[in-house]
Design a protein around this ligand. Structure first.
Ligand code: HEM
Length: 144
C-alpha cells in the first residue's frame, strides 16, 4: 500500500467513526443475508460482536504504518479466528460485503481510489490474520 492509500483508509475510518456501529450493523445484516449458514458461527451477543469487529478493524487498519505491531495484532486475531472455524473463503466473502457496505454508507465519497485502497488494506489484514493460523490449516488468498 502507498502512504496515500494508507491515509485514504485512515481518513475514511475517521469519517465513518461516529456511525461505525450502524455501519457494522448493516455489514452483518448483509453477511447473514448472503450466507445464512454463517449465523450459527456467531454464538455470542451480536451487538457486542459488532462493536468488537468495528473497534478491531479501526485499530488494525490504523496500525498498518507500524508494521511490527500490525503483524503481531493481526496474527493473534487470525489464530483466534481459526479456532472459530473461519477459513480462507470466509475472508473473501467478508471483504466483498464490507466494501459494499462502505460504498453504500459513503455514497459519492466512495471513490475508485478509496475502493482500491480499502481492497488492499483488507487483503493485508486478512493475509496477516492467515499467517497466524497453524500451518496445517493456514492458507493464502494469493497461493490458492
Ligand atoms: C478483517 C477481518 C476481521 C476482523 C477485524 C474480525 C474481528 C473480530 C473480533 C475483534 C472478534 C472478537 C473476538 C476476538 O477478538 O477474537 C471476532 C470474532 C469472531 N469473528 Fe471475526 N473478524 C474478521 C473476519 C472474520 C471472518 C472472515 C469471519 C467468518 C465468518 C469471522 C467470524 C468470527 C466469529 C465466528 C467470531 C466469534 C463470534 C462469537 O464468539 O460469537 N470474522 N472477529
Amino acid at each position: 500500500m502507498s502512504p496515500e492509500q494508507v491515509a485514504l483508509v485512515r481518513d475514511s475510518v475517521r469519517a465513518m467513526g461516529p456511525r461505525m456501529d450502524a455501519v457494522a450493523d448493516e455489514f452483518y445484516r448483509r453477511v447473514f443475508a448472503r450466507d445464512p449458514s454463517l449465523r450459527a458461527m456467531f454464538a455470542g451477543d451480536l451487538v457486542t460482536q459488532r462493536r468488537k469487529f468495528a473497534d478491531e478493524l479501526q485499530a488494525i487498519v490504523t496500525a498498518i504504518p507500524d508494521i511490527g505491531a500490525f503483524l503481531d495484532r493481526a496474527r493473534l486475531l487470525g489464530a483466534r479466528h481459526s479456532g472459530y472455524g473461519v477459513r480462507t473463503g470466509h475472508y473473501r466473502q467478508f471483504r466483498d460485503l464490507l466494501l459494499e457496505t462502505f460504498a453504500a454508507e459513503l455514497g459519492d465519497a466512495w471513490t475508485e481510489e478509496l475502493a482500491v485502497a480499502w481492497h488492499r488494506a483488507y487483503d493485508m489484514v486478512a493475509e496477516a490474520m492467515m499467517m497466524g493460523v497453524p500451518r496445517s490449516t493456514g492458507a493464502s488468498f494469493f497461493t490458492r
